[in-house]
Design a protein around this ligand. Structure first.
Ligand code: PLP
Length: 459
């Protein structure tokens, strides 16, 4: 009897050990090989070449049905492997999609990869009860210190879903502090300005705020009474013309938002560290990850910061925790070598693009480009040219009243000067898109400029 009991006990213990072992092995949480499947899927997608004119993504159409990721072709390319160039296809030189940095990140595939488990940060909050990753805030402060483009001491850092959300938060926060009796605060920016400022103000239609247009026009008008509260957005380098801008307005009734989306060594000399009350930055133009929707602000005043935070909380409860992990990984790659790799790559790419563009347009008397004097860059430690994101092109012939239309007829889609509060004689052409888009733009521009020669000969 005793022997039987012993046998049963041994059997129970053996079964228990066996079951625990099986459970442990199958547990995705503790099995250290749980990353393999995700890694294989990611590398499968990466191995689809798309003839160099497209990309396959792990979340592409059909992937969930078990199919191989299929190619998503660049503009004007088609076919299963994107090898067919469509003839007569209009060039997209419209949006500022910063794909010029994609080749850099393809080379950094390993260092920039972040693997997200199903249980990654499911909570609304981080351990400290906030919506912001402390590690990410630290790397952002480090990024500014290695680039030398902004002072972060005595500043609150705030995250947003792109600087687009932060812009709305900043305008909201500054318009709340309006103590004047002369109506809503006026939002101003000097022409040419980034259209989003106007569009947001008009769309959100707050009783506290009204978009008033050009800051210079306001300064010289009698409405500039030194009591009406005004908020000036200073975009530096400017979108569309790439110039370093300064505030036009000052005085106790003026508050300023500095939009530094383009204040990175790719686009502009870093002349001084920005040391402003409220500065906004965008990941879209820092690393090129526009699709990740991440931006940040540096804010001096605690009340303004708290009001911006309230806006972010009420509109989205902070930025996706998964995005914050991704951004942390990307910025760690950037700061690891003091930004050497990425800023040299990006700047060299844009320098070559500007050289090519200047060469083509130097043959034209019909079109002219913005001119900006070189300045000393504290990052590259030398005097250098500006290499802005956009060509701000002027149509010089009086007969070419609508420059956007002239380019559209030549199958180049730019952005109308009027969108920036400027004149129809200007068009903006994006130079930071993919290499395919840029090469195509140059081909079409050459044709357009060649026509001038033909026209001159036929006179
Ligand atoms: C001057 C300026 N500010 C802000 C943004 C928006 O950036 P984000 O993608 O971070 O919302 C852009 C985008 O092109 C821009 O040109």
């Amino acid at each position: 009897m005793e022997k039987k009991l012993l046998l049963i006990t041994v059997s129970i213990i053996t079964n228990l050990v066996f079951t625990i072992h099986i459970l442990y092995r199958n547990s995705t949480t503790w099995n250290p090989t749980w990353t393999s499947r995700a890694a294989i899927e990611a590398e499968d997608a990466a191995s689809v070449s798309c003839s160099g004119h497209g990309r396959a993504y792990v979340d592409g159409i059909g992937v969930l049905g078990g199919k191989q990721p299929s190619c998503e072709c660049n503009n004007c390319y088609t076919g299963k492997d994107c090898s067919i160039l469509l003839s007569d296809c209009p060039v997209n030189a419209n949006s500022g999609d910063p794909l010029f940095l994609e080749p850099f990140w393809m080379r950094q595939a390993e260092s920039s990869a972040a693997l997200v488990s199903g249980w990654h940060r499911m909570s609304y909050i981080y351990q400290d009860g906030t919506y912001m990753s402390e590690a990410l805030e630290t790397v952002i402060r480090k990024l500014h210190s290695v680039v030398g483009n902004a002072v972060t001491d005595n500043r609150f850092v705030i995250f947003g879903s792109g600087s687009t959300q932060l812009l709305a938060a900043a305008v909201h926060a500054l318009s709340l502090t309006n103590s004047s009796s002369s109506g809503p605060a006026r939002l101003l920016a000097s022409v040419p300005y980034y259209a989003m400022y106007k569009e947001q103000a008009e769309f959100f239609d707050s009783v506290h705020l009204k978009f008033e247009g050009d800051a210079f026009a306001w300064k010289n008008s009698e409405r500039n009474d030194n009591t009406t509260q005004v908020i000036e957005v200073v975009t530096s380098p400017n979108n569309p013309d790439g110039k370093l801008k300064r505030a036009v307005l000052d005085g106790p009734n003026v508050k300023t938002i500095h939009d530094y989306a383009y204040y990175w060594p790719y686009f502009s000399p870093i002349t001084v560290p920005a040391d402003e009350d409220l500065s906004l930055f965008s990941l879209s133009k820092t690393t090129g990850h526009a699709g990740s929707r991440f931006g940040w602000g540096l804010v001096k005043d605690k009340t303004v910061y708290e009001n911006m935070k309230r806006y972010i909380t009420l509109s989205s409860m902070g930025v996706s925790r998964t995005t914050q992990l991704h951004v942390l990984q990307l910025l760690n790659v950037v700061v690891r070598d003091g930004g050497d790799n990425i800023f040299h790559f990006g700047h060299e790419t844009l320098k070559k693009r500007w050289e090519t563009l200047n060469k083509v347009l130097s043959l034209s008397t019909r079109f002219s480009l913005q001119k900006i004097k070189p300045e000393y860059c504290n990052y590259f430690k030398k005097v250098r040219d500006f290499t802005p994101s956009y060509a701000w092109v002027k149509c010089e012939r009086p007969g070419d009243a609508n420059c956007y239309e002239i380019f559209r007829e030549a199958k180049i889609t730019g952005r109308d000067g009027k969108v920036f509060g400027s004149e129809e004689s200007f068009v903006r052409l994006s130079l930071i898109r993919s290499q395919d888009d840029f090469d195509h733009l140059i081909d079409m521009l050459k044709k357009l400029v060649l026509q001038e020669g033909v026209e001159a000969h036929s006179i």
